[in-house]
Design a protein around this ligand. Structure first.
Ligand SMILES: NC(=O)c1ccc[n+]([C@@H]2O[C@H](COP(=O)([O-])OP(=O)(O)OC[C@H]3O[C@@H](n4cnc5c(N)ncnc54)[C@H](O)[C@@H]3O)[C@@H](O)[C@H]2O)c1
Length: 259
């Protein structure tokens, strides 16, 4: 599906980014794995050991110079960039609204929203010049509706959805597509505390029960959507925020069936 495509994936040191990197490589992509953490080295090593092609770059996605540098590293390593999955994110800590400081907001928006914007800003010129390119961003169901994160996190993800919608039109007629994925609850590094606490309480079986698929999701299930959207198979999908959430966001409020 991504044979010989040169793809940048951020947040590749853990969770959804790591799973998507491995999946993209298995679909034939050359992957530039980006993360703040040196865990990204393990992602690239794992892909290369499995016969794929990956390079790890440690960078902060909220720092414009470092974004320009990771894009340049992809060109230097693979010759071009065909797609980017701007996925790195932070949870924000879920503080109550009145406890949130301006610094908390700046940290959350800096990574989740500005990090996505910078990924767009520094790949679009290449994509427009070559007449094609695919941008995928990770938003969240928290960006669609309430109750899936703090105010800062939810607003940061609503911002990502808006970036996908508005940038799609700013790229009118260029051949470049942009879409966002809205994951539901996925077991990753970010949600580990939720899963750990539930396992400790013995309530793990209740996680994910409010969606009609009746379970939580796995990072690979987001990775499959990301690889599809990055590929030419998604050639007519543009400007969308696609929920991958077991059906959670399909409903009006409802009474949870307690049998
Ligand atoms: N796990 C879920 O339930 C869920 C649901 C909806 C959306 N998301 C989103 O999915 C994306 C991936 O998160 P995940 O769940 O895999 O969590 P994760 O914590 O396992 O992975 C996030 C990765 O992003 C990296 N990162 C954080 N800040 C960075 C920065 N400034 N620069 C570079 N890398 C940075 C981290 O080091 C980490 O490796 C995030 O955008 C998150 O908001 C997750």
């Amino acid at each position: 599906m991504l044979q010989d495509k040169n793809i940048i994936i951020t947040g590749a040191g853990s969770g959804i980014g790591r799973a998507t990197s491995e999946l993209a490589a298995s679909y034939g992509a050359n992957v530039l794995c980006v993360d703040l953490s040196d865990a990204v080295d393990q992602t690239a090593a794992h892909i290369n050991a499995a016969g794929g092609r990956a390079v790890a770059v440690q960078a902060d996605v909220s720092d414009e110079k470092q974004v320009a540098d990771y894009v340049a590293a992809c060109v230097a390593e693979y010759g071009s960039v065909h797609g980017i999955y701007a996925n790195a994110g932070v949870g924000g800590g879920g503080k109550p609204m009145l406890e949130l400081s301006v610094e908390d907001w700046q940290r959350t928006l800096g990574v989740n929203t500005i990090g996505v914007f910078l990924a767009v800003k520094h790949t679009v010129p290449l994509f427009v010049e070559q007449g094609n390119g695919a941008i995928v961003c990770t938003a969240s169901v928290a960006g669609l509706r309430a109750n899936a994160g703090g105010v800062d996190y939810s607003a940061s993800k609503a911002g990502v959805i808006s970036i996908a919608q508005t940038v799609a039109y700013q790229l009118y007629g260029t051949g470049v597509r942009i879409n966002a994925i809205c994951p539901g609850l996925i077991e990753t590094g970010m949600t580990k505390p939720v899963f750990d606490a539930a396992r400790e309480r013995g309530t793990e079986g209740r996680i994910g029960q409010i969606n009609p698929t009746k379970r939580y999701g796995h990072p690979q299930e987001i990775g499959e959507m990301a690889c599809f959207l990055l590929s030419e198979r998604a050639s007519y999908v543009n400007g969308q925020a696609v929920p991958v959430d077991g059906g959670l966001s399909a409903s009006h409020p409802w009474a949870f069936p307690r049998s």
